[in-house]
Design a protein around this ligand. Structure first.
Ligand code: AP5
Length: 218
């Protein structure tokens, strides 16, 4: 099973496509954002530390997120979708080392290309199911029955604390300063594939599938 990275700014659709790949191909989603949000609600010291950083739209320190991914990879398995990781060059180097140590390779980095205007609309309309994690949007992907998750039937639908205009501005700035250089990094490594993230969700899924079917290990 391939190991892949979904790369793109906040709201590009990484989580949406990752969930499709879990469903369609049995891959394993490793979202550092989800892991950090889970740490916040677990009341650990690390959770308390990262809460304010995330709400402000800044990046959590490399050692924390590399540690989280390292723990998951140490459990074994393959077919990982790295969603929201790596976000800095130091994280990218660390991922290479962790995969090598686990005897694994990185098969593809899929860059989801979008523009900032679409991101504001996507982030401001997003809500997720607190029970199963399904991702929705007020306009482009509403639930079939208002207030009820299509997948699990839960009425625990939530909006994220960092999905506001101020935090999004900061998250975009962090992306362009610290994460966008990874595009060149992975292009140079011959791993980069780009898809049009502005297309309909189904069409983006087809583009991602085409990349995976052409990439080694798919
Ligand atoms: P994280 O949770 O990773 O958030 P993010 O990268 O900002 O990405 P999002 O989850 O906001 O967007 P997405 O691309 O998954 O889009 P989605 O599919 O939901 O990180 C949060 C924070 O945690 C960071 O700011 C940082 O503080 C910290 N953190 C996490 N990882 C870290 C790391 N490695 N290092 C340091 N700090 C880290 O889609 C968005 C909306 O658009 C949804 O409503 C969806 O329905 C809709 N949509 C999706 N695709 C389409 C489409 N094609 N057309 C129309 N609508 C669409």
């Amino acid at each position: 099973m391939p190991n892949i990275i979904l790369l793109g700014p906040p709201g590009a659709g990484k989580g949406t496509q990752a969930r499709r790949l879990v469903e369609d191909r049995g891959l394993v989603q490793l979202s550092t954002g989800d892991m950090l949000r889970a740490a916040q609600t677990s009341g650990t010291e690390m959770g308390r530390k990262v809460a304010a950083v995330m709400a402000a739209g800044q990046l959590v320190t490399d050692d924390i997120v590399i540690g989280l991914i390292g723990e998951k990879l140490a459990e074994g398995g393959s077919g990982f979708i790295f969603d929201g990781f790596p976000r800095t060059l130091a994280q990218a180097d660390a991922l290479g080392d962790l995969l090598a140590r686990a005897g694994q390779t990185l098969d593809a980095v899929i860059e989801m290309q979008v523009d900032d205007e679409a991101l504001v609309d996507r982030i401001s309309g997003r809500f997720t199911c607190g029970n199963c994690g399904e991702v929705y949007h007020d306009r482009t992907r509403p639930t079939s029955t208002p207030g009820v998750c299509d997948v699990c039937g839960s009425s625990d639908l939530r909006r994220r604390a960092d999905d506001n205009a101020e935090s999004l501005r900061q998250r975009l700035m962090e992306y362009y300063k610290k994460t966008a250089p990874l595009i060149g990094y992975y292009h140079h490594a011959g791993k980069l594939f780009s898809v049009d993230g502005l297309a309909e969700i189904e069409d983006v899924a087809k583009s991602v599938a085409r990349v995976l079917d052409g990439a080694k290990g798919a």
